[in-house]
Design a protein around this ligand. Structure first.
Ligand SMILES: [Zn+2]
Length: 251
């Protein structure tokens, strides 16, 4: 995003000096998917996803989705997303969001890619759709998870991972703290959602990959775990889900 146009190199240096070994940068439409892939091709430790975010569902069509499927075979593309439903902002109509979500679930399965799911105020609809035609092959992650423990477990029971953002460090974030402290350790991921949702002590500032360490520290503390061990576990989870250097099938 343009928030990083002036100091991208420094941001990435800070992240890798702090021990961050893999970054996934996401696509939300065609131009951003192309940019994400271009970045991934420039840096060894960056990978990309491709997809149409529910906000942009209204702007897509069969031809544009076909264009994405050409990118799906690229070596550094490790996931299909962000896809999903956003009934909070409703920048696209719910009907169109559902249609584009379902089409992309089929495409992710076809290319054997895990999915990155964006879900805002649409927990039961997302659960229903994944139950009906979820990504059986590779599963995926519910990113920036905002539901409660029971909803988290419903996704986990279907084989999905839950990703916890910086909001877990906020004082009154009782629900996400409860989820982060109780879900199984082998199903939890951490993320920045940079440039958004910076964790304490950077709350309100631009978020960047380095700050995921604050998020991980907070969750380790909530779980009464050693930080190093928590970091290792969540890294293993990410590698299991995204299989960073695995060979692709041809779709
Ligand atoms: Zn999102």
């Amino acid at each position: 995003m343009k928030d990083f146009k002036d100091d991208l190199e420094e941001v990435l240096d800070r992240a890798s000096s702090a021990g961050i070994t893999h970054i996934i940068t996401v696509g939300i439409d065609i131009p951003s998917s192309l940019k994400a892939l271009e970045l991934a091709n420039r840096y060894d430790f960056i990978y990309s996803s491709i997809g149409y975010h529910p906000h942009n569902a209204e702007n897509t069509n069969f031809k544009r989705l076909e264009e994405l499927s050409r990118l799906a075979l690229e070596k550094k593309v490790v996931a299909w997303g962000e896809i999903g439903l956003d009934f909070f902002r409703k920048r696209s109509s719910p009907e169109k969001q559902i249609e584009v979500f379902e089409q992309q679930l089929d495409m992710a399965s076809q290319f054997n890619l895990p999915i990155i799911v964006h879900n805002r105020d649409a927990h039961s609809e997302v659960l229903d759709i994944l139950r009906k035609k979820g990504n059986k092959g590779r599963g995926g992650v519910i990113h920036c998870f905002s539901g409660d423990y029971d909803i988290a477990m419903a996704f986990i029971d279907m084989g999905y991972y839950i990703s916890i953002p910086g909001t877990v460090t906020y004082k009154n974030a009782i629900k996400v703290q409860d989820v982060a402290s109780r879900i199984p350790i082998d199903r939890i991921l951490v993320e920045t959602d940079a440039p958004f949702l910076a964790p304490v002590p950077k709350r309100g500032k631009r978020n960047e990959p380095l700050y995921v360490t604050h998020t991980a520290q907070k969750i380790a503390q909530l779980r009464d775990m050693d930080f190093e061990e928590f970091a290792l576990k969540t890294s293993e989870n990410a590698k299991r889900l995204f299989g960073f250097n695995r060979k692709k099938t041809s779709g």
